[in-house]
Design a protein around this ligand. Structure first.
Ligand code: NAD
Length: 522
């Protein structure tokens, strides 16, 4: 891997970070269980978001390299699908243990390349590991159904792998989102081509190394690199049967449309604008703690960040306490002890977020807490923005209609529960939502009438564990939610059902003549 000097939080010093800049190693690609240096002449530079030092160069994989990854996966598929499900389970057991053993190393790679705090990066790894642990139950999950449909006839269903499948990942969860695909795609017998985000592929490269160590045969997991060109290759390559995408609407709607037009299965989780409705009967301390954590944690770069606060009635008077709590958060390099939030991913992202804050001011909203221009003492060159709270926001304002994806909370006022539901339902996104109340009746009314796909009741980031699925709604998921990540729908996505109906009739019961009417088995 490219930054072996930083394997855990203790190893990090800015001198080592700067040293990487002097000798940056290019990120290799991974094919046939080997790390290979790309022959490309086109690289994407990857900078530490806290320092803007160059960490590595990520290749735009060449056409030959992309093709080779597919050939490798195609070659591996017949033998891999023929392995027993018990053998695949054993590999998954080893893989989960290796991820656990390398937890700090994975987290350190995430903090270095993506910027989130080390504690938060450990959570990123753990939420992915839990999906892999769930996939250890694959023998149970792969079981089909059987029914005796007539006295001498039965129908059985089998789950069969699709073949070669691909995953295209976003920058904000460099371990968790690759791990939404790697375990389920491979345990079901498919060969996976993974394209991590070109902005932070380090964790995916470590996962590839661990997959090889766990016993995945060559070609079952290959990792390719690049931006839109690599995505277009995946969309048009006939051997790739299914695509898992997580990322923005801009990329995801295109990928869903073109991938589907090419006859592939596509599952695509997209952008969000998650609201928290806060009711006057809520436990104030719990509500404010939850909102501050979920709005500013990971510098707001979570698809389930609570970026929009809907204050019902007199809860608008809680704003000073909210601002005080947000102001107390420590913004610093992600390796620093006590850091609550790190930098955002890139200087361009910082500029975009600051422009959105400025647009709110221009449109008449109030900047109650302004994090623009904040620089931690040790990190003057990083992409930092302090927690920002915008109040008096109206639904037509740009800061409300656009996904900000930064440490910015926008606040709107309404007078009643019904008004909060109407406001939230009018938003085109429908990923997550939260309500804070002590009333079961209020929570039930909210839960039933709200259109978001993942509802938290006194829970700020209700991302379901792997025994359920990630169930975004509306514009937050492509294809009207035809397919979800992980859980039973995730298993369905990576398998083709086959039904076999068989008749074993004794010789003397066989009819003397053909029956030409449609068989009904009734
Ligand atoms: P992104 O869409 O910019 O990138 C995601 C992937 O798509 C990357 O691998 C990238 O190389 C590729 N890509 C980017 N632009 C492309 C284009 N024009 N054509 C083809 N491919 C392209 O997203 P991001 O900035 O990495 O991630 C942040 C976004 O992801 C946010 O909108 C966030 O809400 C969303 N997200 C959603 C979920 C979810 O489960 N709903 C989870 C995480 C992130």
């Amino acid at each position: 891997t490219t930054h072996e000097k930083i394997q855990n939080v203790e190893d990090y010093t800015q001198e080592i970070d700067a040293d990487i800049e002097t000798f940056p190693l290019d990120t290799p690609y991974f094919v046939d269980n080997k790390f290979v240096k790309s022959e490309t002449t086109s690289y994407i530079e990857l900078h530490d978001p806290a320092t803007n030092n160059l960490v590595t160069r990520v290749p735009q994989s060449t056409d030959a390299e992309l093709k080779a990854a597919v050939e490798s996966a195609k070659k591996a598929f017949p033998a891999w699908r023929a392995t027993s499900v018990m053998a695949r389970q054993q590999i998954m057991f080893k893989f989960t243990q290796l991820v656990r053993d390398n937890w700090d190393r994975l987290a350190a790679s995430i903090t270095l390349e993506q910027g989130k705090t080390f504690a938060d990066a450990k959570g990123d790894v753990l939420r992915g590991l839990q999906v892999a642990e769930g996939a250890c139950a694959i023998p149970e999950q792969m079981k089909g159904e059987v029914l005796e449909v007539a006295k001498d006839m039965e129908t059985r269903s089998y789950r069969e792998p699709l073949g070669v499948v691909a995953a295209i990942c976003p920058f904000n969860f460099p371990a968790m989102i690759p791990l939404w695909s790697i375990p389920i795609a491979t345990a079901t017998g498919n060969c996976l081509i993974l394209k991590p985000s070109e902005r932070d592929p380090g964790a995916a490269m470590i996962l590839a190394e661990l997959a090889e160590k766990a016993g995945f045969p060559p070609g079952v997991l290959n990792v390719i690199h690049g931006a839109a060109k690599t995505v277009d290759f995946i969309l048009d390559e006939p051997a790739i049967k299914a695509i898992s995408f997580v990322g923005s609407n801009r990329a995801g709607e295109y990928i869903f449309t073109r991938g589907s037009a090419n006859g592939k299965r596509v599952q695509a989780n997209l952008g969000a604008k998650n609201h928290a409705a806060i009711l006057p009967d809520a436990n104030k301390q719990h509500a404010l703690n939850s909102i501050v954590g979920a709005a500013f944690g990971a510098a707001g770069q979570r698809c389930m960040a609570l970026s929009t606060l809907v204050m019902v009635g007199e809860t608008k008077d809680w704003l000073p306490d909210l601002a005080e709590s947000a102001k107390a958060l420590k913004v610093n390099g992600g390796f620093e002890a006590g850091a609550d939030l790190g930098p955002v991913i890139s200087p361009q992202s910082k500029e975009r977020i600051e422009k959105l804050i400025a647009s709110a001011e221009e449109e008449g909203a109030t900047i109650l807490l302004d994090g623009r221009g904040f620089k931690p003492e040790k990190y003057p060159n990083g992409n930092f923005i302090g927690p920002t709270i915008i109040t008096n926001v109206k639904p037509h304002m740009k800061c409300y209609t656009e996904e900000i994806f930064g440490p910015v909370l926008v606040c709107l006022n309404v007078d009643s529960l019904d008004e909060s539901i109407d406001l939230i339902n009018a938003n085109e996104y429908g990923n997550g939502v939260a309500i804070f109340t002590r009333s079961g009746a209020t929570a039930t009314a909210f839960q039933k009438n709200i259109e978001a796909g993942q509802v938290g009741i006194n829970v700020p980031i209700p991302v379901p564990l792997p025994m359920f699925s990630f169930t975004g709604n509306k514009k937050s998921i492509a294809g009207g939610g035809a397919s979800y990540f992980y859980g039973k729908p995730g298993l369905n996505f990576y398998t083709q059902l086959k039904t076999v109906t068989s008749l074993w009739r004794s010789e003397d019961a066989i009819s003397k003549s053909a029956d030409v009417a449609m068989p009904t088995h009734s």
